[in-house]
Design a protein around this ligand. Structure first.
Ligand code: SF4
Length: 293
């Protein structure tokens, strides 16, 4: 069975759910890695690895969502809560440009004190000062949060953010795109799987490119990890708007959920199966921050 599936991948065939499960559970890690590498070489025969220099800035840590896997947020009223001022964000952009960077990955908590106008003012101010600098900003749950706070439909929120200077949307907040898992992680309220995918669909239809992510290693089953990948593949079939997929393992330290981090081997296997299932994604990104050098 594994040999047949390996042959199917080598012939450019598309994996079905049961086939992906078989490979993920039973293929030897070196074989899985070789297959993924062959797919990579087919997609990028020139053998060039690309990257961008950007800076990850979290504009606020105040959040009403309270996901139980998150060690970053502080509740409203906490003495450890912060919101970055525009001047501080400009200083971070200056430092980024000085190091050859050209983009901010700008994400933050769901802060009820920041209306959509705050984001519009920030984006406009950034674009005025740094016209060529790119804003890769606000993951789908943040867009959903703004939609609820401003009582505007998601497409209208995206339209306003684009009007203010948004260039692309990062794929954060996806965790696992299966609602059973999202309820257990207390992140169903911030965005259901359909809401997350819906923001991306709208963004793609409006001409934005986005990334997609997966955080694995909490309470999900292996089948649910794969379901996540298949749901992304379906949207990519429809829109073609995802530029890259990034996966990382849950980091349990200082979280309410706790537990043990997945192994490096599991990371490699997950990355490899993602490469095989996501046959319509051009790029995979490695998460240095979580997995280490
Ligand atoms: S929405 Fe983001 S910042 Fe807020 S608790 Fe969840 S992961 Fe943390």
């Amino acid at each position: 069975m594994i040999d047949e599936l390996a042959l199917k991948v080598r012939n450019g065939g598309r994996l079905e759910r049961a086939e992906a499960l078989e490979l993920y559970l039973h293929a030897p890690t070196p074989l899985l890695g070789c297959l993924a590498d062959e797919v990579r070489a087919r997609k990028h025969p020139e053998g060039i690895v690309t990257y961008i220099i950007d800076r990850n800035v979290n504009y606020t840590n105040i959040c009403v969502a309270r996901c139980n896997f998150c060690a970053f947020y502080r509740p409203v009223g906490s003495t450890e809560g912060y919101v970055l001022g525009f001047e501080e964000i400009f200083r971070k952009i200056d430092e980024t440009i000085a190091l050859g960077g050209g983009q901010l990955l700008l994400q933050g908590g769901h802060n009820p004190d920041l209306p959509i106008e705050w984001y519009e003012d920030l984006f406009k101010a950034v674009k005025e000062r740094y016209p060529a600098f790119r804003l890769h900003a606000l993951s789908p749950p943040e867009v959903v949060h703004l939609s609820r706070m401003s009582r505007l439909p998601v497409p209208q929120v995206i339209e306003r953010l684009i009007g203010a200077g948004l260039d692309s949307i990062p794929g954060g907040g996806a965790e696992i795109l299966v609602d059973r898992v999202r309820k257990l992680l207390n992140c169903y309220g911030k965005a259901t799987a359909d809401e997350w995918l819906g923001v991306m669909r709208h963004a793609h239809q409006m001409g934005l490119r986005t990334t997609a992510t997966m955080m694995y290693g909490t309470v999900e089953t292996v089948e649910e990890r794969l379901e996540h990948l298949f749901r992304l593949r379906e949207v990519q079939d429809e829109t073609g708007g995802f530029t890259a997929f990034i996966t990382w393992s849950f980091q349990p330290d200082h979280t309410e959920l706790g537990g043990v981090e997945a192994t490096g081997v599991e990371y490699l296997r997950t990355l490899a199966i993602a490469r095989l299932v996501l046959d319509n994604f051009d790029n995979l990104q490695a998460s240095w921050v979580t997995q280490g050098g």
